[in-house]
Design a binder for this molecule. Sequence first.
Ligand code: XLS
Ligand code: NI
Ligand code: NI
Length: 439
Amino acid sequence: MSVFQNLPRIPYEGPKSKNPLAFKYYDAGRVILGKTMKEHLRFAMAWWHNLSATGVDMFGSGTADKAFGAEKTGTMAHARAKVDAGFEFMDKLGIEYFCFHDADLVPEADTLEETNRRLDEITDYITAKMKGTSIKCLWGTANLFSNPRYMNGAGSSNSVDVYCHAAAQIKKALDCTVKLGGIGYVFWGGREGYETLLNTDMKFEQENIASLMKMAVKYGRSIGFEGDFFIEPKPKEPMKHQYDFDAATSIGFLRQYGLDKDFKLNIEANHATLAGHTFQHDLRVAAINGMLGSVDANQGDLLLGWDTDQFPSNVYETTMAMYEILKAGGLRGGLNFDAKNRRPSYTHEDMFEGFILGMDSFALGLIKAAALIEDGRIDEFVRDRYASFSGELGQKIRSGKATLEELAGAAVKKGSAPLPGSGRQEYLEGVINDVFFGG
Ligand code: XLS
Ligand code: NI
Ligand code: NI
Protein backbone atom coordinates (compact mmCIF):
# COMPACT_ATOMS: atom_id res chain seq x y z
CA MET A 1 0.00 0.00 0.00
CA SER A 2 1.32 3.34 -0.89
CA VAL A 3 1.49 6.17 1.63
CA PHE A 4 1.58 8.98 -0.91
CA GLN A 5 -0.94 7.44 -3.28
CA ASN A 6 -2.55 10.79 -4.02
CA LEU A 7 0.76 12.34 -4.94
CA PRO A 8 2.34 11.82 -8.35
CA ARG A 9 5.89 11.22 -9.48
CA ILE A 10 7.17 14.80 -9.84
CA PRO A 11 7.84 15.72 -13.47
CA TYR A 12 9.97 18.52 -14.86
CA GLU A 13 7.61 20.94 -16.60
CA GLY A 14 9.81 24.00 -17.05
CA PRO A 15 9.60 27.64 -15.87
CA LYS A 16 6.21 28.28 -17.48
CA SER A 17 4.46 25.59 -15.46
CA LYS A 18 2.06 26.62 -12.71
CA ASN A 19 1.69 23.07 -11.44
CA PRO A 20 2.73 23.04 -7.75
CA LEU A 21 3.69 19.39 -8.06
CA ALA A 22 6.20 19.85 -10.87
CA PHE A 23 9.79 21.06 -11.11
CA LYS A 24 10.20 24.37 -12.87
CA TYR A 25 14.03 24.41 -12.92
CA TYR A 26 15.33 21.04 -11.71
CA ASP A 27 15.74 19.05 -14.89
CA ALA A 28 17.82 16.07 -13.70
CA GLY A 29 19.38 15.24 -17.06
CA ARG A 30 20.16 18.79 -18.20
CA VAL A 31 23.87 19.30 -18.71
CA ILE A 32 25.48 22.36 -17.14
CA LEU A 33 29.23 22.92 -17.48
CA GLY A 34 29.77 19.33 -18.57
CA LYS A 35 27.77 17.49 -15.90
CA THR A 36 24.09 16.76 -15.42
CA MET A 37 22.14 18.67 -12.79
CA LYS A 38 21.67 15.41 -10.92
CA GLU A 39 25.43 14.86 -10.76
CA HIS A 40 26.13 18.42 -9.63
CA LEU A 41 23.48 18.54 -6.96
CA ARG A 42 23.24 15.05 -5.40
CA PHE A 43 20.18 15.86 -3.30
CA ALA A 44 19.57 13.95 -0.10
CA MET A 45 16.60 13.49 2.22
CA ALA A 46 17.16 13.97 5.96
CA TRP A 47 15.39 11.11 7.75
CA TRP A 48 14.85 13.18 10.89
CA HIS A 49 13.03 16.18 9.47
CA ASN A 50 11.17 14.47 6.70
CA LEU A 51 10.12 11.19 8.27
CA SER A 52 10.25 11.87 12.02
CA ALA A 53 9.57 15.52 12.85
CA THR A 54 5.91 16.33 13.38
CA GLY A 55 6.21 20.05 14.09
CA VAL A 56 6.52 19.84 17.86
CA ASP A 57 7.86 23.06 19.35
CA MET A 58 8.13 24.33 22.92
CA PHE A 59 4.66 25.84 22.72
CA GLY A 60 2.73 23.01 21.18
CA SER A 61 2.49 19.45 19.99
CA GLY A 62 2.93 18.10 16.51
CA THR A 63 0.70 19.14 13.64
CA ALA A 64 1.87 16.68 10.99
CA ASP A 65 0.91 13.03 10.88
CA LYS A 66 4.08 11.03 10.33
CA ALA A 67 2.64 7.66 11.33
CA PHE A 68 2.58 6.70 7.66
CA GLY A 69 -0.14 4.16 8.30
CA ALA A 70 1.45 2.49 11.35
CA GLU A 71 -1.01 1.80 14.16
CA LYS A 72 1.29 3.09 16.84
CA THR A 73 4.29 5.42 16.52
CA GLY A 74 7.56 4.65 18.29
CA THR A 75 7.33 0.96 17.37
CA MET A 76 9.33 -1.18 14.96
CA ALA A 77 6.26 -1.35 12.72
CA HIS A 78 6.38 2.45 12.60
CA ALA A 79 10.12 2.33 11.87
CA ARG A 80 9.38 0.11 8.86
CA ALA A 81 6.50 2.35 7.76
CA LYS A 82 8.94 5.27 7.77
CA VAL A 83 11.29 3.32 5.51
CA ASP A 84 8.45 2.55 3.12
CA ALA A 85 7.31 6.18 3.10
CA GLY A 86 10.87 7.46 2.70
CA PHE A 87 11.61 5.26 -0.29
CA GLU A 88 8.35 6.11 -2.00
CA PHE A 89 9.01 9.80 -1.33
CA MET A 90 12.57 9.71 -2.70
CA ASP A 91 11.47 7.72 -5.71
CA LYS A 92 8.69 10.13 -6.58
CA LEU A 93 11.00 13.14 -6.30
CA GLY A 94 13.99 11.55 -8.00
CA ILE A 95 16.14 11.89 -4.88
CA GLU A 96 18.97 9.36 -4.74
CA TYR A 97 20.49 9.87 -1.29
CA PHE A 98 19.41 9.88 2.33
CA CYS A 99 21.03 10.85 5.65
CA PHE A 100 20.17 9.48 9.07
CA HIS A 101 20.88 9.46 12.81
CA ASP A 102 20.67 6.11 14.60
CA ALA A 103 17.76 7.51 16.62
CA ASP A 104 15.80 8.41 13.47
CA LEU A 105 15.73 4.80 12.31
CA VAL A 106 14.45 2.98 15.38
CA PRO A 107 13.04 3.83 18.80
CA GLU A 108 15.71 3.59 21.48
CA ALA A 109 15.26 0.53 23.74
CA ASP A 110 16.14 0.15 27.42
CA THR A 111 19.44 -1.55 26.64
CA LEU A 112 22.12 -0.89 24.05
CA GLU A 113 21.96 -4.54 22.96
CA GLU A 114 18.28 -4.26 22.12
CA THR A 115 18.68 -0.90 20.37
CA ASN A 116 21.50 -2.38 18.31
CA ARG A 117 19.39 -5.41 17.44
CA ARG A 118 16.65 -3.08 16.24
CA LEU A 119 19.20 -1.20 14.15
CA ASP A 120 20.32 -4.48 12.58
CA GLU A 121 16.72 -5.31 11.76
CA ILE A 122 15.90 -1.93 10.19
CA THR A 123 19.14 -1.72 8.22
CA ASP A 124 18.39 -5.19 6.78
CA TYR A 125 15.01 -3.81 5.77
CA ILE A 126 16.55 -0.68 4.23
CA THR A 127 19.18 -2.74 2.40
CA ALA A 128 16.44 -4.85 0.85
CA LYS A 129 14.55 -1.68 -0.17
CA MET A 130 17.66 -0.20 -1.79
CA LYS A 131 18.04 -3.20 -4.10
CA GLY A 132 16.93 -2.41 -7.63
CA THR A 133 16.80 1.35 -6.96
CA SER A 134 19.52 3.96 -7.36
CA ILE A 135 18.93 5.21 -3.81
CA LYS A 136 22.05 5.31 -1.63
CA CYS A 137 23.12 6.53 1.78
CA LEU A 138 24.93 9.88 1.73
CA TRP A 139 25.92 9.88 5.39
CA GLY A 140 25.03 8.50 8.77
CA THR A 141 25.53 9.85 12.27
CA ALA A 142 24.73 9.13 15.91
CA ASN A 143 22.30 11.25 17.86
CA LEU A 144 24.46 12.27 20.84
CA PHE A 145 22.32 15.17 21.99
CA SER A 146 18.65 14.26 22.58
CA ASN A 147 18.85 11.77 25.43
CA PRO A 148 19.22 13.31 28.94
CA ARG A 149 22.48 11.38 29.38
CA TYR A 150 24.02 13.87 26.94
CA MET A 151 22.99 16.99 28.87
CA ASN A 152 26.69 17.83 29.37
CA GLY A 153 27.73 16.66 25.94
CA ALA A 154 29.01 13.34 24.63
CA GLY A 155 32.72 13.59 23.81
CA SER A 156 32.82 16.62 26.12
CA SER A 157 30.88 14.97 28.94
CA ASN A 158 32.26 15.05 32.46
CA SER A 159 31.13 11.44 32.91
CA VAL A 160 33.30 8.61 31.62
CA ASP A 161 30.21 6.35 31.47
CA VAL A 162 28.41 8.80 29.19
CA TYR A 163 31.57 9.06 27.08
CA CYS A 164 31.58 5.25 26.68
CA HIS A 165 27.90 5.23 25.80
CA ALA A 166 28.62 7.78 23.07
CA ALA A 167 31.47 5.58 21.82
CA ALA A 168 29.08 2.62 21.64
CA GLN A 169 26.56 4.63 19.64
CA ILE A 170 29.22 5.92 17.25
CA LYS A 171 30.53 2.39 16.73
CA LYS A 172 27.09 1.11 15.85
CA ALA A 173 26.22 4.13 13.68
CA LEU A 174 29.45 3.53 11.76
CA ASP A 175 28.51 -0.14 11.33
CA CYS A 176 25.11 0.92 9.95
CA THR A 177 26.64 3.57 7.68
CA VAL A 178 29.09 1.07 6.21
CA LYS A 179 26.36 -1.55 5.84
CA LEU A 180 24.22 0.96 3.91
CA GLY A 181 27.18 1.99 1.73
CA GLY A 182 27.30 5.55 3.12
CA ILE A 183 29.90 7.84 1.62
CA GLY A 184 30.26 9.96 4.73
CA TYR A 185 29.97 9.94 8.51
CA VAL A 186 29.03 13.16 10.31
CA PHE A 187 29.88 14.56 13.71
CA TRP A 188 27.55 17.38 14.57
CA GLY A 189 28.62 18.39 18.09
CA GLY A 190 25.08 19.01 19.29
CA ARG A 191 25.95 19.47 22.94
CA GLU A 192 29.72 19.58 22.58
CA GLY A 193 30.17 22.95 24.20
CA TYR A 194 29.37 24.61 27.48
CA GLU A 195 27.01 26.95 29.26
CA THR A 196 29.46 28.43 31.77
CA LEU A 197 33.20 28.26 32.31
CA LEU A 198 32.51 28.18 36.06
CA ASN A 199 32.04 24.41 35.75
CA THR A 200 34.03 23.64 32.61
CA ASP A 201 37.55 22.49 31.79
CA MET A 202 37.62 23.51 28.15
CA LYS A 203 41.00 21.98 27.28
CA PHE A 204 40.09 18.66 28.87
CA GLU A 205 36.81 18.54 26.95
CA GLN A 206 38.33 19.39 23.58
CA GLU A 207 41.04 16.76 24.02
CA ASN A 208 38.41 14.17 24.82
CA ILE A 209 36.35 15.06 21.75
CA ALA A 210 39.45 14.69 19.59
CA SER A 211 40.23 11.28 21.15
CA LEU A 212 36.71 10.08 20.42
CA MET A 213 37.05 11.19 16.80
CA LYS A 214 40.42 9.46 16.50
CA MET A 215 38.93 6.23 17.82
CA ALA A 216 36.05 6.58 15.36
CA VAL A 217 38.47 7.01 12.44
CA LYS A 218 40.50 3.99 13.55
CA TYR A 219 37.44 1.82 13.95
CA GLY A 220 35.81 3.07 10.74
CA ARG A 221 38.89 2.31 8.68
CA SER A 222 39.17 -1.13 10.32
CA ILE A 223 35.69 -2.10 9.10
CA GLY A 224 36.35 -0.86 5.58
CA PHE A 225 34.88 2.65 5.68
CA GLU A 226 36.66 4.55 2.92
CA GLY A 227 34.50 7.66 2.90
CA ASP A 228 34.99 11.00 4.61
CA PHE A 229 34.35 11.89 8.19
CA PHE A 230 32.72 15.28 8.48
CA ILE A 231 32.43 17.88 11.20
CA GLU A 232 29.31 20.01 10.86
CA PRO A 233 30.07 23.39 12.43
CA LYS A 234 27.42 25.29 14.39
CA PRO A 235 28.04 28.22 16.74
CA LYS A 236 25.20 27.93 19.24
CA GLU A 237 21.96 26.17 20.01
CA PRO A 238 21.52 24.00 21.95
CA MET A 239 24.68 25.02 23.87
CA LYS A 240 25.53 28.66 24.43
CA HIS A 241 29.09 28.10 23.25
CA GLN A 242 29.68 25.24 20.84
CA TYR A 243 33.24 24.16 20.15
CA ASP A 244 32.78 23.72 16.39
CA PHE A 245 31.74 27.37 16.02
CA ASP A 246 32.28 27.75 12.28
CA ALA A 247 34.36 26.40 9.41
CA ALA A 248 37.54 28.23 10.43
CA THR A 249 37.32 27.11 14.06
CA SER A 250 36.62 23.50 13.08
CA ILE A 251 39.53 23.40 10.65
CA GLY A 252 41.84 24.71 13.39
CA PHE A 253 40.61 21.99 15.73
CA LEU A 254 41.06 19.23 13.13
CA ARG A 255 44.60 20.38 12.36
CA GLN A 256 45.54 20.75 16.00
CA TYR A 257 44.65 17.15 16.70
CA GLY A 258 45.93 15.66 13.43
CA LEU A 259 42.44 14.79 12.20
CA ASP A 260 42.58 16.84 9.01
CA LYS A 261 43.49 13.93 6.72
CA ASP A 262 40.36 11.95 7.51
CA PHE A 263 37.91 14.80 8.08
CA LYS A 264 36.22 17.35 5.86
CA LEU A 265 33.42 19.76 6.70
CA ASN A 266 29.68 19.49 6.24
CA ILE A 267 28.62 23.12 5.90
CA GLU A 268 25.05 24.02 6.82
CA ALA A 269 23.65 27.28 5.50
CA ASN A 270 21.66 28.14 8.61
CA HIS A 271 24.63 27.38 10.89
CA ALA A 272 26.90 29.70 8.90
CA THR A 273 24.43 32.56 9.24
CA LEU A 274 24.02 31.87 12.98
CA ALA A 275 27.80 32.31 13.25
CA GLY A 276 27.46 35.77 11.70
CA HIS A 277 28.77 34.66 8.31
CA THR A 278 27.18 34.21 4.94
CA PHE A 279 26.69 30.64 3.72
CA GLN A 280 29.10 31.54 0.92
CA HIS A 281 31.76 32.59 3.43
CA ASP A 282 31.85 29.26 5.23
CA LEU A 283 31.86 27.37 1.92
CA ARG A 284 34.82 29.48 0.78
CA VAL A 285 36.73 28.92 4.03
CA ALA A 286 36.21 25.17 3.71
CA ALA A 287 37.10 25.15 0.00
CA ILE A 288 40.35 27.13 0.20
CA ASN A 289 41.51 24.78 2.95
CA GLY A 290 40.70 21.67 0.91
CA MET A 291 37.99 20.80 3.41
CA LEU A 292 34.74 21.21 1.49
CA GLY A 293 32.99 17.89 1.96
CA SER A 294 29.23 18.11 1.96
CA VAL A 295 26.40 20.58 2.51
CA ASP A 296 23.31 20.72 4.67
CA ALA A 297 21.11 22.71 2.34
CA ASN A 298 18.64 24.88 4.19
CA GLN A 299 17.98 28.50 5.00
CA GLY A 300 17.57 30.48 8.20
CA ASP A 301 15.51 33.53 9.02
CA LEU A 302 17.78 36.43 9.82
CA LEU A 303 15.03 38.07 11.88
CA LEU A 304 14.96 35.08 14.20
CA GLY A 305 18.01 33.97 16.15
CA TRP A 306 17.83 30.22 15.83
CA ASP A 307 18.22 27.28 13.48
CA THR A 308 14.89 27.47 11.67
CA ASP A 309 15.99 24.86 9.08
CA GLN A 310 13.77 26.16 6.30
CA PHE A 311 13.77 24.87 2.76
CA PRO A 312 16.06 27.07 0.69
CA SER A 313 14.20 29.64 -1.41
CA ASN A 314 16.67 32.50 -1.62
CA VAL A 315 18.11 32.15 -5.10
CA TYR A 316 20.78 34.79 -4.50
CA GLU A 317 22.15 32.56 -1.72
CA THR A 318 21.85 29.29 -3.63
CA THR A 319 23.61 30.94 -6.56
CA MET A 320 26.55 32.12 -4.50
CA ALA A 321 26.68 28.69 -2.82
CA MET A 322 26.74 26.89 -6.16
CA TYR A 323 29.33 29.40 -7.39
CA GLU A 324 31.62 28.31 -4.54
CA ILE A 325 30.87 24.63 -5.12
CA LEU A 326 31.55 24.85 -8.88
CA LYS A 327 34.77 26.77 -8.26
CA ALA A 328 35.87 24.12 -5.78
CA GLY A 329 35.38 21.43 -8.42
CA GLY A 330 32.16 20.05 -6.93
CA LEU A 331 31.26 18.31 -3.70
CA ARG A 332 32.56 14.97 -2.52
CA GLY A 333 29.28 14.62 -0.64
CA GLY A 334 25.96 16.13 -1.67
CA LEU A 335 23.21 18.57 -0.79
CA ASN A 336 21.27 17.22 2.15
CA PHE A 337 17.99 18.99 2.84
CA ASP A 338 18.41 19.42 6.57
CA ALA A 339 15.14 21.30 6.32
CA LYS A 340 11.61 20.99 7.58
CA ASN A 341 8.22 22.35 6.68
CA ARG A 342 6.85 25.21 8.77
CA ARG A 343 4.51 23.94 11.48
CA PRO A 344 1.30 25.04 9.70
CA SER A 345 2.45 23.27 6.50
CA TYR A 346 1.45 19.90 7.84
CA THR A 347 0.18 17.82 4.93
CA HIS A 348 1.90 15.17 2.81
CA GLU A 349 1.58 17.53 -0.11
CA ASP A 350 3.55 20.14 1.87
CA MET A 351 6.37 17.59 2.28
CA PHE A 352 6.59 17.35 -1.50
CA GLU A 353 6.30 21.09 -2.02
CA GLY A 354 9.14 21.71 0.46
CA PHE A 355 11.48 19.51 -1.54
CA ILE A 356 10.30 20.91 -4.86
CA LEU A 357 11.09 24.42 -3.55
CA GLY A 358 14.53 23.37 -2.30
CA MET A 359 15.46 21.42 -5.41
CA ASP A 360 14.26 24.14 -7.77
CA SER A 361 16.08 26.82 -5.75
CA PHE A 362 19.36 24.93 -6.00
CA ALA A 363 18.78 24.10 -9.67
CA LEU A 364 18.26 27.82 -10.35
CA GLY A 365 21.34 28.56 -8.25
CA LEU A 366 23.34 26.14 -10.37
CA ILE A 367 22.08 27.67 -13.62
CA LYS A 368 22.84 31.21 -12.45
CA ALA A 369 26.23 30.31 -10.95
CA ALA A 370 27.28 28.72 -14.24
CA ALA A 371 26.06 31.85 -16.02
CA LEU A 372 28.14 34.05 -13.67
CA ILE A 373 31.22 31.97 -14.41
CA GLU A 374 30.57 32.00 -18.16
CA ASP A 375 29.93 35.74 -18.07
CA GLY A 376 33.40 36.10 -16.57
CA ARG A 377 33.15 39.70 -15.38
CA ILE A 378 33.35 38.83 -11.69
CA ASP A 379 36.34 36.52 -12.10
CA GLU A 380 38.08 39.02 -14.32
CA PHE A 381 37.56 41.82 -11.84
CA VAL A 382 38.93 39.76 -8.94
CA ARG A 383 41.94 38.72 -11.01
CA ASP A 384 42.73 42.29 -12.06
CA ARG A 385 42.22 43.60 -8.57
CA TYR A 386 45.49 41.99 -7.46
CA ALA A 387 47.37 42.79 -10.67
CA SER A 388 49.88 45.00 -8.86
CA PHE A 389 51.33 41.84 -7.36
CA SER A 390 52.36 40.58 -10.78
CA GLY A 391 55.34 42.98 -10.87
CA GLU A 392 58.80 42.03 -9.62
CA LEU A 393 58.23 43.18 -6.06
CA GLY A 394 54.82 41.51 -5.85
CA GLN A 395 56.21 38.23 -7.11
CA LYS A 396 58.96 38.34 -4.51
CA ILE A 397 56.34 38.84 -1.78
CA ARG A 398 54.21 36.01 -3.13
CA SER A 399 57.09 33.59 -3.18
CA GLY A 400 58.14 34.51 0.35
CA LYS A 401 61.50 35.91 -0.73
CA ALA A 402 61.01 39.56 0.15
CA THR A 403 62.43 41.19 3.28
CA LEU A 404 60.87 43.90 5.38
CA GLU A 405 63.87 46.18 4.78
CA GLU A 406 63.51 45.82 1.04
CA LEU A 407 59.80 46.65 1.14
CA ALA A 408 60.43 49.61 3.42
CA GLY A 409 63.04 50.87 0.94
CA ALA A 410 60.59 50.50 -1.95
CA ALA A 411 57.93 52.41 0.00
CA VAL A 412 60.30 55.30 0.75
CA LYS A 413 61.25 55.48 -2.93
CA LYS A 414 57.59 55.63 -3.99
CA GLY A 415 57.04 58.62 -1.75
CA SER A 416 53.45 59.75 -1.24
CA ALA A 417 50.95 57.39 0.37
CA PRO A 418 49.62 55.03 -2.33
CA LEU A 419 45.94 54.19 -2.88
CA PRO A 420 44.67 50.79 -3.99
CA GLY A 421 42.26 50.42 -6.94
CA SER A 422 38.53 50.82 -6.27
CA GLY A 423 36.62 47.83 -4.87
CA ARG A 424 33.68 48.62 -7.21
CA GLN A 425 31.15 46.68 -5.15
CA GLU A 426 28.20 48.50 -6.69
CA TYR A 427 29.36 47.70 -10.21
CA LEU A 428 29.76 44.02 -9.28
CA GLU A 429 26.34 43.84 -7.64
CA GLY A 430 24.98 45.29 -10.86
CA VAL A 431 26.72 42.53 -12.83
CA ILE A 432 24.93 39.95 -10.70
CA ASN A 433 21.56 41.60 -11.38
CA ASP A 434 22.41 41.71 -15.05
CA VAL A 435 23.29 38.00 -15.15
CA PHE A 436 20.10 37.22 -13.19
CA PHE A 437 17.62 39.39 -15.04
CA GLY A 438 19.34 40.84 -18.12
CA GLY A 439 18.29 39.78 -21.59
C1 XLS B 1 21.30 20.46 13.86
C2 XLS B 1 22.10 19.78 12.86
C3 XLS B 1 21.81 18.29 12.70
C4 XLS B 1 22.91 17.64 11.95
C5 XLS B 1 22.98 16.16 12.12
O1 XLS B 1 21.28 21.67 13.95
O2 XLS B 1 21.97 20.46 11.63
O3 XLS B 1 20.58 18.11 12.10
O4 XLS B 1 22.84 17.93 10.59
O5 XLS B 1 23.16 15.78 13.43
NI1 NI C 1 22.59 19.81 9.79
NI1 NI D 1 20.96 22.65 11.79
